[in-house]
Design a binder for this molecule. Structure first.
Ligand SMILES: [Zn+2]
Length: 455
């Protein structure tokens, strides 16, 4: 049995139900679980990690990403675009996606995620070009396994192309049957519902302006038959709302509800343009919302009503969104920005820095249907990260370790990230990964695609 003892941590921020903050305590890890938390725990047979001058937090859980967008960042042509124009440009890039492209973009984005305390990643992958092999999400699972990241894959789809009044080009359009068959293949191959699972699958049609009602309804049937979760983009922009009213004669949430795409096994990305009555409906049905503040700010989409959602009991998690609209995969940064955004927008009704941290840990875990991650408690998975606060620039800033990440912000990579009891990032290196080799190959993938587009 592998044993690790984190000893004498200045602070352990548990994010448990009692919001416990422990000072000068140890965490004992046995294999993949937390075996004990307390003072002066026995060190016998354990590898010791010195926690002095360090804060330890539960690993961060991301509830919405598009890993393919690691190679869609900082593009001059779309620096000032909003969602629809931004997408219309990027669809041309995404027509070139193939399994190798996805593997390398996943290594880039998830590598960054881990360096900033990320331990569980949900990805929402929608680009399956007709000219490419279908084994695209398989390569995301490969990258996650190499990096040691706990990975949830959302099998997304586009079924409403330009010819049917949708936004995406025909090269990216699948039939309902194609997407359902591949979703079921992925569930059979990868979905592991057991405690401490490292691989799960969700069924996740893309958005109201890129899918048909039919695929929404059939996705609900498939997910509920197989016991997996449902995810989609909803209420992200006013353009989307106008589209729904014109095409479906319904507001976005009404349309989703008509499809049966609502409930405690469903979470939506963004959820910005809900009325107060609709937020109450989310609370009543326990439908979750993934909050993506940086993306919402970059694409000028609006501000999610997070304070009202929390007040009414809507499950809310945090996410970076695709890194094309971020342009990073850094959830520590997202915590800081979310804190400031809601302070600006809602004053004293805004969550504290600790309130935002809880969105990124236990809140996000709930959206993914996980009760075994998201807090530091005996019996839970050993997913955590540790930061060094014994630094000159932290002097005078560490009075409230629970709110520290929101109110002060931590802008450098963390000292150590652990997933499922395994250290995946420490000493400034992704463990077991040749970063230089991956960097060269990933750069070649980017060049191949952009040479083709620009040529
Ligand atoms: Zn998205």
């Amino acid at each position: 049995m592998q044993k690790i003892l984190i000893q004498n941590a200045d602070a352990i921020i548990t994010c448990d139900k009692n919001d416990r903050l422990l000072k000068g305590c140890d965490i004992r890890i046995e294999d993949n679980r937390i075996a004990a938390i307390g003072q002066n725990l026995p060190a016998e047979g354990a590898e010791i990690i010195d926690g002095r001058g360090r804060f330890v937090y539960p690993g961060l859980v991301n509830t919405h990403h598009h890993l393919l967008q690691a190679f869609s960042r900082n593009i001059p042509a779309i620096q000032s675009s909003e969602l629809f124009d931004w997408l219309l440009y990027l669809y041309n890039v995404w027509c070139n996606v193939n399994p190798d492209y996805i593997y390398y973009s996943s290594m880039v984005a998830m590598g960054e995620f881990v360096k900033f305390g990320g331990t569980t990643m949900f990805d929402h992958h929608f680009a399956f070009p007709r000219s490419s092999k279908k084994e695209i999400i398989d390569r995301e699972f490969d990258a996650a396994a190499e990096l040691g990241v706990r990975f949830h894959a959302g099998r997304s789809s586009f079924t409403r192309g330009k010819s049917k009044g949708g936004l995406p080009p025909e090269e990216l359009i699948e039939t309902t049957e194609e997407t359902l068959v591949d979703s079921e293949r992925l569930i059979d191959k990868y979905h592991d519902p057991r405690e401490f699972s490292m691989r799960q699958v969700a069924v996740a049609p893309c958005s109201p302006f890129s899918v048909d009602t039919d695929v929404m309804v059939e996705s609900v049937k498939l997910a509920r038959r197989r016991g997996v979760r449902l995810h989609t983009h909803l209420a992200e922009t006013m353009d989307e709302e106008r589209y729904c009213l014109e095409v479906y004669g319904r507001r976005p949430l009404d349309w989703a509800e008509d499809c049966g795409f609502i409930g405690s096994d469903v979470w939506y990305a963004h959820g910005i343009h809900f009325t107060d009555e609709e937020v109450a409906r989310l609370a009543k049905t326990k439908t979750g919302v993934s909050h993506n503040p940086v993306s919402n700010m970059k694409l000028s989409s609006g501000v999610c009503k997070v304070p009202l959602m929390l007040e009414l009991g809507v499950p809310v998690g945090l996410a970076v969104d695709g890194c094309g609209s971020n342009d990073a995969s850094n959830l520590l940064n997202e915590i800081r920005i979310a804190y400031l955004l809601h302070r600006l927008n809602s004053g004293n009704k805004a969550p504290t820095g600790y309130g935002i941290l809880k969105l990124a840990t236990c809140g996000s875990a709930e959206l993914l249907g996980r009760s075994d991650i998201g807090s530091l408690e005996v019996g839970k998975a050993a997913d955590l990260f540790m930061i060094n606060v014994d630094l000159l620039d932290c002097v005078g800033a560490v009075m409230d370790p629970m709110s520290f990440l929101g109110t002060v912000g931590y802008t450098r990579p963390v000292e150590l990230t652990m997933v499922n009891g395994k250290v995946v990032w420490k000493d400034g290196r992704l463990q077991g990964i040749d970063e230089d080799k991956i960097k060269v190959a990933a750069r070649a993938e980017v060049k191949k695609v952009y040479d083709k587009i620009e040529g």
